[in-house]
Design a protein around this ligand. Structure first.
Ligand SMILES: Cc1ncc(COP(=O)(O)O)c(C=O)c1O
Length: 456
């Protein structure tokens, strides 16, 4: 694989008090003008000057290791020359156009088709959207439209975006029919989260417990929630805590949804684009969905998203089924083609798998000497370490997670948390991160855990 060494040298390099004086000034300016509802500026108190590879330089010359990759938007790192070149070339040609074909659009769709999960290849259509939430909305509307049933089954801990409902204000009722998703049309089943599964069954029966419940909801008209028009799942759950389901879960889900012709949606927005060591996380389990949501890294930093879905569904859809002015930005699609080709044609995915295992092994070693790491889990570069007050009680510790996060920031590593209780440290670095920056980050993580070992 080419180009592993894009990061600034000597990272991390913290030269000032944090935040540094220039960062502080800009953070204050931002406060004056921008909404107070921001979240990330409470976690990473810095103003950014530039970024490259897996490093970010703040306005005061401090250099941080980036272990969050814009929440998996930058899977090939910041300013990757391959991505930047594709964007620049496209900028010279065309920046926006509505729906009519352009080279960028056609090339992207061909490339995407070539990497789709096996059952979807050459049998899928693409519908462009703009954000992750937008793609999930399109997927849900599509599932409900083709099934002619309105209730969606999703999972505890799921994150499919924060949007929607505005369609209710749009006057043309054709747009509202299957898009308007009221809370009464949603049913949450527990995700097979073995560390905190709410039903007392042996660990090997967790998938069955969930899928049996799903089958009951689908086949029994008096089960309660309403006719099930689709199931949406993250193949590896993201915001819910980087939870890898048991190996039999997705195949069982596929089997039961196929049996009852219920559309199955995989939300690969966070787990896709090489994040888990395969282009799509579902490939680990050998199953293909009917509809797949794609976003984040596919635009290389420019907002874009899409769903890929069974072409036989397409016959049934009316014109203007799901709309949006900014769909299929050509610059984003040119980047997407370059990124997909890179994932497809280099050995980056093998590296992500083997390095991911190495990181898990190191985290397991750190766990062995810590009372507060309850579980380490993950696939590829989607790795979670769940922090608890004690390994026996498994009581979640958001406090500990926040302290680790803050220690890491002060020592130059930017890492986010997730999980039902905000207590899971998540490793989500660019897939191109240099070995050295993995090791430096891990030893700072180890120091953080050691220093906090006696807080309870
Ligand atoms: C799995 C998944 N689906 C959907 C979304 C929503 O994407 P967006 O924030 O672009 O709306 C996210 C965002 O993190 C996500 O992780």
């Amino acid at each position: 694989m080419e180009k592993y060494d894009l990061s600034f040298k000597n990272a991390p390099d913290i030269r000032t008090e944090l935040p540094g004086p220039k960062s502080l000034e800009m953070l204050k300016e931002q406060d004056k003008y921008e909404t107070n509802t921001r979240v990330y500026t409470d976690i990473f108190k810095l103003a950014v000057k530039r970024a490259s590879g897996s490093t970010i330089e703040d306005m005061d010359g401090n250099i941080f290791i980036d272990w969050f990759a814009g929440i998996s938007v930058l899977n090939l790192g910041h300013n990757n020359p391959i991505v930047i070149k594709a964007m620049k070339d496209q900028l010279e040609k065309l920046v926006h156009i509505n729906e009519v074909p352009s080279e960028a659009r056609i090339e992207f769709m061909k490339t995407l088709n070539s990497v789709l999960p096996v059952e979807m290849k050459n049998r899928s259509k693409v519908m462009f959207t703009v954000t992750g939430a937008d793609a999930c909305e399109a997927a849900v509307s599509l599932a409900r439209y083709v099934s002619k049933k309105k209730t969606m089954v999703v999972f505890g801990g799921a994150y499919h975006g924060v949007a929607g409902e505005i369609v209710g204000a749009t006057a043309n009722y054709h747009y509202r029919d299957y898009a308007e998703l009221s809370p009464t049309n949603i049913y949450h089943l527990p995700f097979p989260y073995s560390y905190r599964f709410p039903i007392k069954v042996p660990e090997e029966d967790i998938s069955k417990a969930v899928v049996d419940q799903l089958e009951y909801l689908i086949k029994d008209p008096q089960a309660g929630p309403g006719a099930i028009g689709g199931v949406m799942v993250e193949p590896v759950q993201g915001e819910g805590g980087y939870i890898v389901p048991p190996d039999d879960f997705l195949p069982m889900l596929r089997e039961v949804t196929e049996k009852y012709s219920v559309p199955l949606i995989f939300d690969e927005i966070q787990s896709g684009m090489g994040r888990t060591g395969k282009i799509w996380a579902s490939e680990h389990y050998g199953v293909s969905p009917d509809i797949m949501c794609i976003s984040k890294s596919v635009g290389g930093g420019i907002p874009t998203s899409m769903i890929a879905y069974r072409s036989d569904y397409d016959m049934q859809l009316p014109k203007g089924f799901h709309l949006g002015t900014y769909r299929a930005n050509p610059v984003a699609l040119a980047a997407g083609t370059a990124i997909l080709n890179y994932l497809k044609n280099t050995d980056i995915l093998e590296r992500v798998s083997s390095k991911g295992q190495y990181i898990m092994k190191r985290l397991n070693e750190i766990q062995d000497s810590s009372r507060y790491i309850g579980e380490v889990r993950g696939k590829g570069f989607m790795i979670g370490a769940e922090l608890v007050k004690g390994r026996k009680t498994r009581e979640p510790s958001q406090e500990m997670a926040n302290m680790v996060k803050s220690y890491l920031y002060r020592h130059g590593v930017l890492m986010l948390t997730c999980g039902h209780f905000g207590n899971v440290m998540r490793y989500i670095a660019p897939l191109t991160i240099e070995d050295e920056l993995i090791d430096k980050g891990l030893s700072i993580f180890e120091d953080a855990v050691k220093e906090l070992e006696h807080i309870y």
